[in-house]
Design a protein. Structure first.
Length: 443
């Protein structure tokens, strides 16, 4: 799996799995000089989530036990680690289980909820609804009357639409979700049950976003959540990095020069993995190594990373179909905001075939009882890519990591799965079982 640009481009066009190593990755100093998003903005996003905890407990009773905290566990996965063939000589495997994230059931809850809360906060302050600092009061009728005058809209393949729709409708906003053709029917129905207007489009993710943007421009009181360009979404994702740092500390996991941290993140348009990677780079600097994972038919972020300055290619431009069972990752063109911010940060990008996703989905179920959807399994092959491929080993050697891998931590970040209907989940498992399993199994 060579990582030079020309060879990677060939693998990209042929839709064969590959690992690309970013030659432009720099260190933390560049993050601190970012003119678009500053490290302080990450802390502001975290503080916003804290301020809204009293309200979130009112809107979502399932959050009462956590005090309004929307967070997922960090799980040890020794059986899955053995099944994936990752020896302890290469480090410890952990799962950041966003597939079980409360309220919206996916990683998209982080960015989507943050942007809706930021919009609600601006309206509340403008209308004098927070003079006493009581955020729980935003659930009362006077606040809802203000929110009802406004519309929140978004274009989505599914999970972002779910998160926006669930939270915006709970606050009382008129909510519209433009869904692309590859969005799952059960996600649309879940939104409709919350009185969200779901508008279906025959085209892909980009078409749904473009339609949503046009509709928002014609609605004077509409806030459009722009997945391709939103800094608020990006910062909502970045806030997760602080939680991961705290969870690692609780587990006694060190992150420093002798204890490198590798994080494998599913990538669609790039906002979610980009935000998380930005936050992790803020906290851990050069000691964290973030790799984005994409389907072989929808590697929009890799296509953008390989492009020349000024180019913004889609996967169609390189002859790919953008068809994948990982619906949340079926994106033809990357977020330019995320691409620019990630150029000095992301360690690399790797691509995965759909069949491998289903194999790993089933493996996660049989080894650790993890209930995930296909897009959530795209990162499971990351440790092997980094530790065993030619380009991965070259990366480790060039960064002086080869002799330290026994003290490394690998975190695979999952996306969705919590609300997948049982019948559909059983079909996922059956498809995984039907494939030839060439994945190592525990002894």
């Amino acid at each position: 799996m060579p990582s030079d640009k020309s060879s990677t481009a060939v693998h990209l066009r042929e839709a064969t799995p590959t690992l690309w190593i970013n030659p432009d990755r720099l260190e933390r100093s560049l993050i601190d000089r970012s003119k678009t998003i500053a490290p302080k903005d990450i802390e502001d996003a975290r503080a916003r989530f804290v301020r809204f905890r009293p309200l979130l407990q009112v809107l979502f009773p399932e959050l009462r036990a956590s005090g309004g905290v929307i967070e997922s566990p960090l799980l040890a996965a020794p059986t899955l680690q053995a099944a994936l063939g990752l020896p302890l000589a290469h480090g410890q495997l952990l799962i950041k289980a966003d597939h079980s994230l409360q309220v919206a059931g996916s990683i998209k809850a982080r960015g989507g909820i943050h942007e809706v809360l930021e919009f609600a906060e601006e309206l509340a302050q403008r209308n004098g609804l927070l003079e006493g600092g009581n955020y729980a009061s935003l659930a009362n009728e006077s606040a809802r009357a203000v929110f009802r005058r406004h519309q929140v809209a978004v274009g989505s393949t599914g999970n972002l639409g779910l998160s926006i729709g669930i939270v915006a409708s709970a606050l009382g906003f008129r909510t519209v979700v433009h869904m692309s053709a590859d969005a799952k029917e059960w996600k649309k129905e879940r939104l409709r049950k919350r009185d969200v207007l779901v508008i279906e489009h025959d085209g892909d993710y980009a078409d749904a976003v473009a339609a949503g943007r046009r509709q928002a421009e014609s609605e004077p009181l509409c806030h459009f959540v722009d997945d391709e360009n939103s800094s608020s979404l990006f910062l909502g994702y970045s806030a997760a990095a602080g939680h991961l740092r705290e969870q690692l500390e609780l587990l006694g996991v060190k992150v420093d020069a002798d204890h490198p941290l590798f994080v494998y993140l599913p990538c669609g348009v790039g906002g979610a993995p980009g935000g998380i990677a930005f936050g992790l780079a803020h906290y851990f600097g050069k000691h964290v190594h973030c790799f984005f994972a994409e389907p072989t038919q929808s590697p929009c972020f890799l296509a953008r990373m390989l492009a020349r300055d000024g180019e913004h290619p889609s996967v169609y431009d390189v002859g790919l179909t953008n068809r994948t069972e990982a619906d949340g990752l079926a994106v033809p063109r990357a977020s330019e905001l995320a691409a620019v911010l990630m150029r000095p940060i992301v360690a690399g990008v790797f691509t995965v075939e759909d069949e491998t996703m289903f194999r790993h989905l089933r493996l996660a179920h049989t080894t650790e009882q993890l209930r995930i959807e296909p897009s959530a399994s795209v990162g499971f092959g990351g440790p092997a890519m980094v530790c065993e491929s030619e380009s991965g080993r070259a990366y480790l050697q060039s960064h002086g990591l080869s002799s330290r891998m026994h003290q490394a931590t690998h975190v695979i970040w999952t996306t969705g799965g919590l609300f997948v209907p049982q019948t559909e989940y059983e079909e996922f498992l059956a498809r995984g079982a039907s494939l030839d399993l060439d994945i190592p199994t525990p002894s």
